[in-house]
Design a protein around this ligand. Structure first.
Ligand code: GGG
Length: 353
């Protein structure tokens, strides 16, 4: 029996709706397998700014450090998107918690369910058999480099910065994962232009020597973006920097059918952090139309990677597969050919699992 304490951070927009169903699945797993999961909740993002003035209150960070895993929803709000001059922003909470918890590796599996082959705008014959695991670096790059604005406000810069140790540690994690998969790793950078990418490539080349059984390829980001839609099956493990990973995985979500299908696990040296890759989608918040499957699949990652509960994780993924096999869809993954009576809201989809 596993005894785990899980912190739920619903966040903003559709975050609370989707984490409700992630938590429900955790409760169901605890019941079925005889585990003891206890829960607490905490604020982050816009909700936290409104309540405390701080996107990551100290109390949230303390609770996060004291938990065995964190299930997170999303951060963001239209108010900030429409006013770039606002200094305190929801995303700062997410970036700070990643840094504070040392969450340097963000694993984003592109899990393509056969049932959703026709939900993608890409051709089924290009997609079928695709199985990619992205490693997005999470604590460096332009996200954390110095930000500057000139006095006249007409010039701005974000420092793109990487240290060798940051590349080494995520590269080793990615190579270890490749060893358990198809022994292929593609490192994505822009080494023909960027110095930080030249450090990235040079470091990955060094680490590659420790893993002679893994075939290494280096690819420029522009080519990778193209290959991802042209020939996604060619990729196994993809290792890339923070910004490139953020963009490439949104693109890759179209392979899986929708942003609403992609889960992620952020890991480092301590507590793991599990969240859908989608943002707060405030335009659809509260309408009961958000897809809860990315949150539920994030729970599968928590069970497997966070707690080592492989059988339980498999049961969650299989439950998602079975639900899709029965024809149930949320509107983001529905197709005009689908039976409209099986196009469900967030709550109804959550209850099907
Ligand atoms: N669940 C992911 C989320 O809330 N994304 C919004 C966001 O601000 N993302 C920035 C990032 O992932 O670096």
């Amino acid at each position: 029996m596993a005894k785990k304490h899980i912190l739920i951070i619903p966040g903003d927009g559709i975050g609370p709706e989707v984490t409700t169903w992630g938590k429900a699945v955790l409760e169901q797993i605890a019941f079925q397998y005889g585990h003891e999961f206890t829960f607490d909740t905490a604020m982050m993002g816009h909700a936290a700014i409104e309540a405390t003035g701080n996107p990551l209150p100290d109390e949230t960070l303390e609770k996060a450090k004291a938990s065995d895993a964190i299930l997170f929803g999303a951060v963001g709000h239209a108010k900030y998107d429409n006013d770039p001059s606002l200094k305190i922003r929801p995303e700062q909470g997410l970036l700070k918690i990643r840094k504070e918890l040392g969450l340097y590796a963000n694993l984003r599996p592109i899990l393509l369910f056969d049932e959703l082959l026709d939900a993608s705008s890409l051709k089924p014959e290009i997609l079928k058999g695709t199985d990619i695991l992205f490693f997005r670096e999470l604590t460096g790059d332009v996200y954390f480099g110095e930000k500057k604005r000139s006095e006249d406000r007409n010039t701005a810069s974000d420092l793109m910065i990487y240290h060798r140790y940051e590349v080494e540690r995520i590269a080793r994690k990615a190579y270890e994962a490749a060893r358990l998969r198809r022994h292929k790793l593609c490192s994505v950078d822009k080494a023909n232009v960027l110095e930080s990418s030249r450090l990235w490539r040079e470091t990955v080349q060094e680490i590659a020597k420790e893993y002679p059984d893994v075939e290494t390829e280096h690819m420029f980001i522009d080519n990778a973006a193209m290959q991802l839609v042209k020939n996604p099956k060619k990729f196994d493990v993809v290792l890339t920097a923070n910004l490139f990973g953020d963009i490439l995985t949104d693109e890759a979500s179209q392979i899986a059918g929708s942003m609403g299908m992609l889960a992620s696990a952020s890991i480092g040296d301590g507590t793991g952090f599990f969240e859908p890759i989608h943002g707060s989608a405030h335009d659809i918040a509260g309408k009961n139309i958000a897809n809860p499957l990315a949150s539920i699949l994030s729970v599968a990652l928590m069970l497997e990677i966070g707690f080592g509960l492989k059988e339980e994780a498999k049961a969650v993924t299989q439950a998602v597969e079975q639900t899709l096999k029965k024809g149930y869809r949320t509107s983001d993954i529905a197709n005009t050919k689908d039976d409209v009576t099986k196009v469900l809201g967030t709550e109804q989809m959550g209850q099907k699992l």
